[in-house]
Unconditional design. Structure first.
Length: 307
């Protein structure tokens, strides 16, 4: 068997999350089904099984997701056919052609010794994007941006999110997997207003004001958005969206910073800290240690941690 690393992206809007579910369209289900056809897996034999860095929820996107799969060497070699390329590249080409447009394979590569897409990861970076009342909504962005009618207090939201930094039990904002915990280490958690910046570095020469300055500069599409960047060693189920929802309540003036801090200090799941809508959330990056540290990292992270 050969282990392959798969780097990919997807628009989660039409998926019921990553994890394969009977009768529902999921990212894992689509990819595993395509791999079974490409690798000609017998229907009564073991089916392709992907292991992912982080299982995204229904409607959540990924601009950079990572998974791995163990495949039979001869089945992988059969993907080459008439192509004069390595077998993993041939598999990527075939998979790209078979998958729907809302999944894109960035790269398939031979995984280094000890690599585990889930357990070897050092940290994951998520971004949640919001368009509040401070700037007009661009309807083209509705698929990956949450629209709010209020203008949010970013300073108060950041004061609240500062309480999440470090090792905490996020039981107020997440549910554990069976046998797991909601203890996680958050490294970065910050809301920022995306600057209103030009789409390109140069100014239009065709429209100038009375002082000779450009009368109009085309803005980048994300200009003015509010974005939460949050980085942690791992995330529990619904953790990011629940933290976003709670911090937005603070930004709207519906809850205080002290209320938010209390939820971090005393982990207790209840209705006020449930997850916000999924479309604003994107998994942006998964970081891994150097190759010679992959196996050790995977072994260490499997241990059930405590505070």
């Amino acid at each position: 068997m050969i282990r392959l690393r798969i780097d990919l992206a997807y628009d989660g809007g039409a998926f019921y999350g990553w994890a394969k579910q009977p009768e529902l369209r999921t990212v894992q289900g689509e990819i595993e089904s395509a791999l079974a056809r490409i690798l000609r897996t017998p229907a009564d034999g073991p089916q392709p099984r992907l292991v992912v860095a982080g299982r995204t929820d229904t409607g959540v996107h990924a601009s950079h997701q990572v998974c791995h799969i163990d495949v039979d060497e001869s089945a992988l070699a059969s993907c080459v056919g008439h192509m004069d390329v390595p077998a993993e590249v041939a598999l990527q080409r075939r998979l790209d052609r078979m998958l729907p447009d809302d999944i894109v394979i960035h790269r398939i590569s031979l995984a280094p010794e000890g690599f585990d897409a889930r357990f070897s990861a050092l940290e994951r970076t998520y971004v949640y994007r919001v368009r509040d009342a401070a700037v007009p909504m661009d309807p083209r962005l509705r698929g990956f941006v949450l629209r709010l009618d209020d203008e949010l207090d970013v300073d108060a939201m950041n004061e609240a999110m500062a309480a999440t930094i470090g090792l905490h039990d996020f039981g107020s904002f997440a549910t554990p997997n069976p046998g797991g915990t909601t203890i996680r280490e958050v490294k970065i958690a910050r809301w920022d207003r995306v600057p209103v910046r030009p789409l390109v570095a140069y100014a239009h020469e065709t429209a100038r004001g009375s002082l000779g300055t450009p009368a109009y500069v085309t803005p980048a599409a994300e200009s003015g958005l509010l974005a939460l960047t949050i980085v942690a060693d791992a995330f529990a189920r619904n953790m990011v969206r629940s933290l976003v929802g709670a911090s937005i309540k603070v930004g709207q003036g519906k809850r205080s910073v002290d209320w938010f801090r209390g939820k971090v200090a005393e982990p207790k799941r209840e209705g006020e800290t449930g997850p916000i809508a999924p479309q604003g959330l994107t998994l942006e990056y998964v970081a891994y240690p150097p190759d010679d540290q992959l196996a050790a990292r995977a072994e260490a992270i499997r241990a059930k941690r405590t505070l």
